[in-house]
Write a protein that binds this ligand. Structure first.
Ligand SMILES: [Zn+2]
Length: 189
């Protein structure tokens, strides 16, 4: 039985970074000049902060670290640079998780594995069953499913390409703003 002081679990909107918060790049994001923020996504995240009970958590695969292309420190700095315009606009980011591993390391955090979502849930007190993961990659949808959350595929970034390849039958939105509007409307709850 939880202690009386235990806070109730919150639902979260997990968001992938590249292709959702900032523009996707076919090569790695390696320097600040590669970061192109989607202004519409800043407005969407502000809605999460101001109008919703959802925590906002960023979950991103960054295998450039495991491949030795970026140090952890460089990757952290780039990540902070990507999120800074959000925070400056007043967005509250409750957590930001990065998987540094290569696919062949078979870690439990690289999406489509659910490790980052589970870790965030434990650290931030999140209810994964009432949570969403918005991403532009089928690996995001796999991670959502494996964690027991709902995946929302957007058409930005790699999304329209991935949607053409696969017979994806899950939730689809045009972009993060559309996804947030529909999540907050209760349409997918
Ligand atoms: Zn990992």
């Amino acid at each position: 039985m939880p202690a009386p002081s235990a806070r109730p679990l919150r639902p979260a909107i997990f968001v992938d970074r590249d292709g959702v918060l900032i523009e996707h790049r076919d090569d790695y994001i390696l320097e600040p000049a590669h970061i192109k923020v989607y202004q519409e996504s800043i407005a969407a995240c502000l809605r999460i902060t101001l109008e919703s009970p959802y925590a906002l958590v960023v979950v991103t695969n960054q295998s450039a670290i495991g491949r030795g292309i970026l140090t952890m420190e460089q990757a952290e700095a780039l990540n902070q640079g990507a999120l800074k315009p959000y925070e400056e606009a007043g967005v509250r980011i409750d957590g930001a998780y990065m998987c540094p591993h290569r696919p062949d390391e078979n870690c439990d955090c690289r999406k489509p594995q659910p490790g980052m979502l589970r870790r965030a849930a434990a650290e931030l007190g999140l209810d994964l069953k009432r949570s969403f993961l918005v991403g532009d990659n089928l690996s995001d949808m796999g991670a959502a499913r494996a964690a027991g959350a709902k995946g929302v595929m957007v058409r930005t970034g790699l999304g329209s390409r991935h949607l053409r390849w696969a017979g994806f039958d899950g939730l689809v939105a045009d972009d993060l703003a559309d996804a947030v509007a529909r999540i907050l409307s209760g349409e997918w709850s």
